[in-house]
Design a protein around this ligand. Structure first.
Ligand SMILES: Cc1cc2nc3c(=O)[nH]c(=O)nc-3n(C[C@H](O)[C@H](O)[C@H](O)COP(=O)(O)O)c2cc1C
Length: 171
């Protein structure tokens, strides 16, 4: 897919076909994540790829909005160091946001759907993923082939109007 098409086609996918993603495609998506920019090139992330069905099911319990993780072909768990203060937390989440969208666009480029999930139950996340004590599970990205319809550029996305959000020169 062209970059512009991938940007327009990406949407949150929460229902997935029961079909595995080829390993080479998963590696490419993870490589896109690894190449993401970050503040001072700190790269404050690790990515845990989960494809085992039982583990996906257990992982989906970390937040009530994470049910689609159980149905995914694979999910990337974005793991980060526990931040020391508010400023490093803000910087960390900016970096993780960049890694997230870069990952999702790489997936869309391959026709693979993706869906965010937040995380609430850190104890469960720690138990399911075996995380070290100084790390936490920041976000989940569920992956799989969309069960509803293939990814295609969306003509009219559910977004605020262009002229409302874009300001030129001054507010
Ligand atoms: C920071 C963040 C957290 C999100 N958490 C969840 C979540 O826990 N569960 C979920 O189903 N979707 C989650 N989403 C997806 C958003 O609801 C979705 O991106 C938004 O409604 C726009 O839809 P689109 O991605 O299809 O364009 C999250 C998105 C972001 C950016």
């Amino acid at each position: 897919m062209e970059t512009w098409d991938a940007i327009r086609a990406r949407r949150n996918v929460r229902d997935f076909e029961d079909r595995p993603i080829p390993g080479a495609d998963l590696d490419r998506i993870l490589e896109a994540a690894r190449r993401s920019p970050s503040s001072r090139n700190g790269q404050p992330w690790d990515f845990v790829l989960v494809a085992d069905r039982e583990r996906l099911q257990a992982l989906s319990g970390v937040w009530r909005g994470a049910g689609h993780v159980a149905r995914s072909a694979a999910t990337i768990a974005i793991v980060a160091p526990v931040p020391d203060d508010e400023r490093s937390a803000a910087s960390l989440h900016y970096d993780l946001g960049q890694a997230t969208i870069q990952t999702m666009l790489a997936a869309a480029d391959l026709g693979i759907g993706s869906g965010h999930a937040a995380v609430r139950d850190q104890d469960l996340a720690r138990e399911v993923l075996g995380l070290p004590g100084d790390r936490f599970l920041a976000w989940l990205i569920a992956l799989g082939y969309p069960a509803d319809r293939p990814l295609r550029p969306i003509e009219h996305p559910d977004r605020r109007p262009f002229d409302e959000v874009v300001h030129r020169e001054t507010w």
